[in-house]
Design a protein around this ligand. Structure first.
Ligand SMILES: Nc1nc2c(ncn2[C@@H]2O[C@H](COP(=O)(O)OP(=O)(O)OP(=O)(O)O)[C@@H](O)[C@H]2O)c(=O)[nH]1
Ligand SMILES: [Mg+2]
Length: 324
């Protein structure tokens, strides 16, 4: 039986960061796997976890409810039946509703394969002051479905954020477990806690407005095509992602300006520059940049925004800041 945990949390709350930290605690003799579902069609979290020593499976493109059918089950089957990991961590998209994935994981199909342990939900308490986030049913239901709340990014909290967190907690069951951390630094011991929360969740609204149904095909560049883009839309959020081939190099300063200024809520990129590989991760105005020692096969950029965004305008700048 594979010990399995859902690691949920709204867009940019720190799910992947937490999973990286958990993977660093993996005992050497164990095999751990990670299943990531991203909202965007271009998977980037896979690249962020590539050097983490886990068996990795990405399901790009859409909210969990939309990919929860075949792609999700195929991914899960592959991991459980071929890789047979001791432990499986599942990161659903921050814009997804937890109901469908929980029903899938607790269905008879998987009863002989996995044990579903505690669900951990990442919470950036600053988001409690963002009316757009608080009004989002996925944000609320992810928290409602959790066994353990991980209040992450405590290094950024103001007194007001602490107050909002205390206020939110006062509306919750007194037995709800909460850990306050930064950089997702939780103990892997938490993964062994049992799942206790069996609260009946409302059906997540099904916003099937996906413009692109390229799914997994979007992961590769066919033939000699140098780049392509893929769009996704669900509810009030839309995403635009690009893959550029491995020969493409970007101008570092140009790219960082573009990443800082793009009028979007979330930006993730793993791009090649003259000096190597740059990893860029922006949530709101927080921008994190670091370098990767391994060169990825291609360049990947993913933007997510609330409301309408002029993707073509952003794309024309992006095309201009290529060095080759
Ligand atoms: N200041 C600060 N930044 C953090 C902390 N934890 C994560 N971050 C940053 O927050 C951003 C988002 O982190 P991720 O781990 O990618 O978040 P995520 O929930 O996986 O994001 P999505 O998969 O896009 O929903 C990254 O730039 C991280 O470096 C923290 O404790 N403090
Ligand atoms: Mg992530």
């Amino acid at each position: 039986m594979t010990q399995t945990n859902l690691i949920t949390g709204f867009l940019g709350s720190g799910k992947t960061t937490t999973i990286r930290h958990l993977l660093a605690q993996k005992p050497e003799n164990e095999k751990w796997a990670v299943l990531v579902n991203e909202f965007g069609e271009i998977g980037i979290d896979g690249a962020l976890l590539a050097d983490s020593g886990a068996v990795l499976k990405e399901i790009p493109g859409g909210c969990m409810c939309c990919v929860n059918g075949l792609p999700m089950q195929i991914g899960l089957n592959m991991l459980l039946k071929q890789a047979k990991p001791d432990r499986l961590l599942i990161e659903p998209t921050g814009l997804g509703h937890p109901k469908q994935i929980l029903s899938l994981l607790t269905s008879d199909v998987y009863s002989g394969w996995l044990t579903l342990n505690a669900s951990l939900c990442l919470l950036d308490a600053r988001q409690l002051s963002d009316p757009r986030v608080v009004a989002n049913e996925n944000f609320r239901d992810q928290l409602a479905a959790a066994d353990i709340i991980i209040a992450n990014k405590t290094d950024t909290y103001t007194e007001h954020d602490d107050l909002m967190l205390a206020q939110w907690l006062s509306t919750q069951d007194a037995s709800l477990q909460i850990e306050r951390v930064s950089q997702g630094k939780i103990s892997a011991e938490l993964l062994n806690q049992p799942r206790r929360n069996e609260r009946e969740l409302p059906e997540g609204k099904h916003h099937h407005a996906h413009q692109s149904k390229q799914g997994l095909a979007a992961l590769s560049l066919p033939g000699h095509q140098r780049w392509r883009r893929a769009l996704n839309e669900a509810g009030d959020y839309s995403s635009c992602g690009w893959i550029f081939d491995g020969e493409t190099l970007f101008d570092t300063a140009g790219f960082l300006d573009w990443a800082r200024q793009a009028p979007v809520d979330r930006l993730k990129a793993v791009i090649r520059i003259k000096e190597g590989t740059l990893r860029v991760n922006r949530q709101g105005n927080d921008l994190h940049i670091d370098t990767l020692s391994t060169a990825p096969l291609d360049n990947r950029i993913e933007l997510i925004s609330h409301g309408k965004t002029d993707w073509n305008a952003l794309q024309s700048i992006l095309l201009r800041i290529r060095l080759s």
